[in-house]
Design a protein around this ligand. Structure first.
Ligand SMILES: O=c1[nH]cnc2c1ncn2[C@H]1C[C@H](O)[C@@H](COP(=O)(O)OP(=O)(O)O)O1
Length: 198
């Protein structure tokens, strides 16, 4: 993705009719386990492998008949994660920010985050194969490794070297920092070590 501009929800909604709005969400839960009995997992953070081979967050375009950004997001979450997403009901309070890019597509990407219990997150993972879009637009959920292994590359840096859709990589880094899921200094090191920065 090229240069994107950060906006508040209100600013994004004032952009006018030429813009399409899409909403995506990071869902996470505290995860007390240790990889190999040694490396703290910290949190379970969900992303998905998409039909186009890129990584992104669950969500999608808001339709005019949705009525609100959040109604569109919750509809998309049910389509992509299955009926288990219905009780999540993301709201304006879960809003993290918007990014827009002055490309011919004129997309505003709204981003949300919600903390779940590990039980809720595991139930979502288990039910996701029953979703309408499973095996079609969504090939599977993945957890983001939040640690960096001793070699300085394995874990988050290597994950960040994948191909991400739109501004999903920037959204991931923003949320991991804002929610305090990974210390900022470690995030910056992982970003630089990935060799896939802006
Ligand atoms: O995770 C994402 N973060 C930012 N932008 C994203 C993300 N996933 C897709 N996109 C972009 C790509 C498209 O321009 C729109 C909508 O895509 P998608 O989610 O595939 O929409 P539908 O499910 O087809 O409604 O956002």
């Amino acid at each position: 993705m090229g240069e994107s501009r950060l906006l508040s929800r209100a600013e994004a909604l004032e952009l006018g009719p030429g813009w399409r709005h899409a909403c995506h969400a990071l869902l996470c839960a505290p995860c007390p386990g240790r990889l190999f009995g040694r490396v703290p997992l910290r949190h379970a953070v969900l992303m998905q492998m998409r039909f186009d081979g890129r990584l992104g967050f669950p969500g999608g375009f808001v339709d005019p008949q949705d009525g609100s950004l959040e109604a569109g997001l919750n509809r998309e979450l049910r389509e992509e994660l299955g009926p288990g997403a219905a009780p999540l009901s993301l709201a304006e309070g879960d809003y993290l920010g918007a990014r827009c890019e002055e490309t011919p597509q004129r997309l505003v990407a709204h981003f949300y985050a919600k903390r779940l219990s590990l039980e809720q997150l595991r139930a979502l993972e288990a039910g996701a194969t029953k979703a309408k879009d499973h095996g079609l637009e969504v090939l599977g959920l993945v957890r983001v490794p939040l640690y960096t292994l001793r070699d300085g590359a394995g874990g988050l840096p290597t994950f960040l070297s994948n191909s991400f859709v739109g501004c999903a990589r920037e959204q991931l880094l923003q949320a991991l920092g804002a929610l305090g899921l990974v210390p900022e200094a470690e995030l910056r090191r992982a970003d630089a070590a990935s060799g896939n920065g802006p």
